[in-house]
Design a protein around this ligand. Structure first.
Ligand code: SF4
Length: 971
């Protein structure tokens, strides 16, 4: 062995057994067996040499992790020796942005710190594999790339011929963090084939529905250093010590700066320990708490009247006879139905609310008081500002009444309201938990109300966290050719659509125009110069028609008690009214044929999917393909596995976020092991193979259900952007992304790929040109932390909501029917039956996403198996001991897990942090087997201003929080 020159790279070409041994070899001081032996010989004479050898390397490159560990974007130095990555270190290169505000360094978490362990871990798969037994049986055979791609290509051609191209289903998820590789090449290929790409935000349920309902967007967020400016931080549905490890230092630093921190949560979690005040709240009752705080602020006249009048819909007039806004056709018999009115207190008469600006000028909108208005038909109606309605509405939320719902004492509610009213800058740090509650939208609307009443938007240190990933101009990858031509081509089409939109409404802001373009794209693919299917489609039709969710969503015992009709009645009405026209794909009679998954883990993530997808849609699939670098739950249930390159084995950028405003680079440090390939190359080869197989089979033209024509001939040319980018030339895409982004003004001039190879990170100087970028609605200054919405608050540009203001009153017919025109508290439906315990969740500290959860090193930092956190009193009642295996059940199904004694969990609450792989549970049944996967019927609403599909924004998504369960002792 001493004479051997076998490196670990060579070993990875070997069998799976050898791959396992590599994990052990990492424990040795050097990543090369022959050198280990050599050094071991020296050990007896000079131990210093061992140490010196350990700290040598061949090269150092930049690295980051292409996963949605939001906001991620941590820059690392990656050390390589003998073709093997053997360590990584936080780069800590983030400059201080604003004088007096701490920098972002060092950024990183324990998952990133051991990504090289995942690269060489036993879960890594490095060869194409084909199922050799039944799906999920675990029997595989190694095949060549040609064999694997031929099988996939033939199945896709079969699907096109038998059911139409929409029957090819592409899903991706939180592993999609790349901007060159990751999901984008598969996304592009499936669209060029006319297939179905499901909206990834709806799949992950990370969309802040209530924020969207309130602002007409949820894609805005401050930079993390901006937290430092807050006087008061409310950790509300966020546990940053678990989920924001690289960013949480700002909370501690802010406290040194005098900031008060309040933790509002059902459990005394890891972040609560670092708060000044803990506000305990019953699970799912946050809206009641927030509405009580709002009531106190209004009753105490502690609200910011000028902000409320200028920025919100609270001064807009509502007809007391119908509960609808007073509209121009009511008053004039014609005109815009979205032209709404104030009552001008200065002139004691009606005044139109401007569409052009939020600036009020001479108008002084009344916030209260009833007035009579004569309609065109001569009749008289009473109108009242929303604020007046709100004041009455909040009578149901006195601290005493709210306390009965939320369990928070009236004194604590008053104390919290006092802190909010007294602070000059309040920032609510809310995570991705609210969107996963059935009535999470009501919680978010109520939290937004607290901040809007106190003017806490659009200034440094204020706001409510959304999600934003834009800035980088990626249109070329998604929609056209690389280079200058590609960008301009899209821009020209965009100009046409914008011009058309302006004809209908000359007052649309650039942000609204960008959203209009998105909506046009979503429905017609109008922007694409190539034949392509929709960019994304909402998945609820797919789930309902093809995956067995119809029965679950129609179960009256589990349903929202506020529903006046059946789920199906709402579902069908939404279709009949055309609210989702062109988006119901695949059609109800189109049987899904091919599942093509990349950068996601569908069978782990889809709520209830481990049961319902496997039972209902998996048997329909003729081919299931997973592209991944490791064996996930979905890969185990696939027919073909295609091995992808990992994060240090390709050139890429982590998708940027407004939380950082840096573009963070990862470089190819080493070749992918075995026969693994970067996703661009994989999809390039697949495009080539599909075209080749179609030619052999004599098939060319086909049409989708909307009669759009596609051709197999020339598929590779279209995929490779006019033949300009070869399978191994993905650097060209990276160069082009930068080029286009510089041209758009979002990155500094003269930034190139070489700049990133030198510096690793570059800060954006602009929010970006697409709709999501525009949703930030703010400037990026070189020396200031970034806070969104300043274009509204300072420059008075209207919001993209129906009312063009921060909108708390939604007079859509369904919202009126639901009693949710104003934010209200509603109990979470008993989804799963009537059981005494309530199961909640959150990202776990040790994995964030499932790609790390099976890693040996990380498993050693905790119990290493799935765990259900449970209050000791609940355990005592059931005679349970710590780490005892139990059965968790409800009417949907059941799963087995070990309990963890957790005094900090709320009595009655059980917490299972995700994302465990289902195969880590007995029988492969994870916690998902207790989650039915409901969507809120109200989110099927459409045809009302911003309540119209806009990718990632207005789309129904499944919920998984506050599920009733019982925990049973095993006999
Ligand atoms: Fe940062 Fe995410 Fe990597 Fe952790 S896994 S170091 S949060 S990029």
């Amino acid at each position: 062995m001493a004479a051997s020159t076998i490196s670990r790279r060579t070993l990875l070409k070997g069998s799976g057994a050898i791959v396992v041994s590599l994990g052990l070899s990492r424990l040795l001081p050097l990543p090369n067996f022959d050198r280990v032996v050599t050094v071991a010989a020296r050990t007896y004479s000079s131990f210093e040499d061992v140490y010196r050898q350990k700290w040598t390397w061949d090269k150092v490159t930049w690295g980051t992790h292409l996963v949605d560990c939001y906001p991620g974007s941590c820059s690392w130095r990656v050390y390589t020796k003998d073709g093997v990555v053997f360590r990584e270190e936080q780069a800590a290169k983030y400059p201080q942005i604003e004088k007096g505000v701490p920098d972002m360094n060092p950024r990183g978490c324990q998952k990133g710190g051991c990504f090289s362990e995942v690269m060489y871990g036993s879960e890594r798969i490095t060869y194409p594999m084909r199922r050799a037994g039944a799906r999920g049986e675990g029997k595989w055979e190694r095949v060549t790339w040609d064999e694997a791609l031929s099988d996939i290509a033939d199945s896709m051609i079969d699907a096109v011929q038998s059911e139409g191209p929409e029957s090819i289903i592409h899903e991706f998820g939180t592993g999609e963090g790349g901007t060159v590789h990751g999901s984008l090449p598969s996304w592009r290929l499936v669209r060029l084939l006319g297939g179905t790409v499901l909206d990834n935000n709806a799949l992950t349920s990370d969309f802040n529905v209530g924020m969207y309902e309130t602002f007409g967007k949820f894609q805005f967020a401050s930079s993390i250093d901006d937290w430092y400016h807050a006087d008061l931080i409310l950790l509300w549905h966020m546990n940053p010590l678990y989920t924001r490890i690289p960013s949480a230092h700002y909370i501690t630093e802010a406290r040194y700066n005098g900031t008060k921190v309040v933790s509002i949560a059902p459990d005394y979690n890891a972040s609560t320990i670092h708060a000044d005040l803990y506000v305990p709240v019953e699970i799912g009752t946050d809206a009641a708490l927030a509405l009580a705080v709002s009531k106190i602020i209004i009753d105490d006249n502690a609200y910011n009247a000028s902000f409320v009048k200028e920025q919100t819909d609270l001064p807009l007039l509502v007809r007391t006879d119908t509960g609808r806004y007073l509209r121009q056709p009511d008053v004039e018999g014609k005109g815009r139905e979205d032209q709404l009115y104030f009552w001008d207190a200065a002139k004691d008469r009606l005044a139109k609310a401007s569409h052009k600006t939020l600036r009020l000028g001479a108008v002084d909108p009344a916030l209260e008081g009833r007035h009579s208005v004569t309609l065109l038909n001569g009749s008289t109606v009473e109108v009242e500002p929303v604020f007046g309605l709100l004041r009455k509405h909040l009578e149901a939320y006195t601290p005493e009444l709210a306390s009965k719902i939320s369990g928070t004492s009236p004194a604590t509610i008053r104390r919290l309201a006092g802190m909010v009213a007294a602070a000059k800058r309040v920032h609510i740090l809310q995570g991705f938990s609210t969107p996963k509650y059935y009535h999470g939208d009501l919680m978010e609307r109520s939290m937004a109300l607290v901040l809007a009443l106190t003017g806490n938007f659009g200034r440094q240190g204020t706001g409510l966290r959304g999600h934003n990933s834009s800035q980088l101009v990626m249109a070329n990858v998604l929609k056209g050719k690389p280079g200058l031509e590609g960008f301009m081509e899209i821009s020209n089409n965009q100009v046409d659509i914008e011009e058309e939109a302006k004809k209908h409404d000359p007052n649309l802001t650039p942000e609204m125009l960008a959203i209009a373009v998105e909506r046009a794209e979503a429905r017609t693919s109008a922007l694409s110069p190539l034949p392509m299917s929709n960019m994304l489609v909402p998945p609820h039709f797919f789930w309902y028609w093809h995956a067995g969710y119809k029965d679950v969503w129609n179960n009256r015992a589990w349903a929202d008690t506020g529903m006046k009709r059946t789920f199906d009645q709402y579902f069908n009405e939404a279709i009949d009214k055309g609210w989702w026209d062109d988006l119901a794909q695949p059609a109800r009679d189109q049987i899904p044929q091919v599942f093509f998954g990349s950068c996601g883990n569908t069978l782990r993530r889809t709520r209830g999917g481990g049961k319902l997808l496997l039972e209902n849609v998996w048997p329909k699939y003729k081919m299931v393909v997973t592209i991944d670098f490791r064996m996930s739950a979905t890969a185990r249930q696939s027919d073909i596995f295609l091995p992808a390159a990992a994060y240090y084995e390709k050139t890429d950028f982590r998708f940027p976020t407004a939380h950082l405003n840096f573009l963070v680079f990862t470089d190819k440090a080493v070749d992918p092991p075995g026969e693994a390939k970067p996703e661009w190359e994989i999809n390039w080869l697949l495009a080539q193979k599909i075209e080749e197989r179609a030619k052999v089979r004599g098939i060319n033209e086909y049409r989708d259900r909307r009669d759009r024509a596609y051709h197999f001939n020339g598929l590779l040319d279209r995929f490779s952007m006019g033949g300009k980018v070869g399978p191994l030339e993905s650097d060209k895409i990276a160069e082009d992304l930068i080029d286009d982004t510089v041209r758009a003004g979002a990155l500094p001039e003269k930034t190139t790929l070489a700049t990133f190879r030198k510096k690793g990170i570059v800060r954006f100087q602009h929010i970006g040109v697409d709709a999501v970028g525009q949703n930030q609605a703010t400037d990026i200054h070189p020396d200031k932390t970034v806070n969104p919405l300043s274009w509204h608050v300072e420059d008075k540009l209207p919001y993209p909501s129906y009312a063009r203001r921060i909108q708390f009153y939604i007079d859509h017919e369904w919202f009126l029917e639901a009693g949710e025109a104003l934010p209200v508290h509603k109990p979470t439906p008993r989804m799963g039956g009537d059981y005494p315990l309530t199961m909640t969740s959150g990202h776990q500290r040790w994995s964030i996403h499932s790609m790390w959860v099976t890693n040996t090193v990380l498993s050693r930092t905790h119990r290493g198996h799935p765990t259900l956190f449970m209050n000791p009193e609940d355990m005592r009642k059931r005679g349970l001991a710590d780490d005892e295996e139990v059965r968790v059940k409800n009417d949907f199904d059941a799963f087995f897990v070990r309990v963890k004694r957790s005094p900090s969990s709320r009595p009655g609450q059980v917490i299972i942090y995700h994302a465990w792989e289902p195969y880590q549970f007995r029988g492969g049944k994870s916690y998902d087997f207790a989650i039915p996967g409901l969507i809120k019927w109200l989110h099927l609403a459409g045809g009302y201003g911003h309540l119209n599909y806009y990718r990632w924004n207005w789309v129904p998504q499944q919920v998984d929080r506050a599920v009733p369960v019982e925990v049973e002792k095993l006999t």
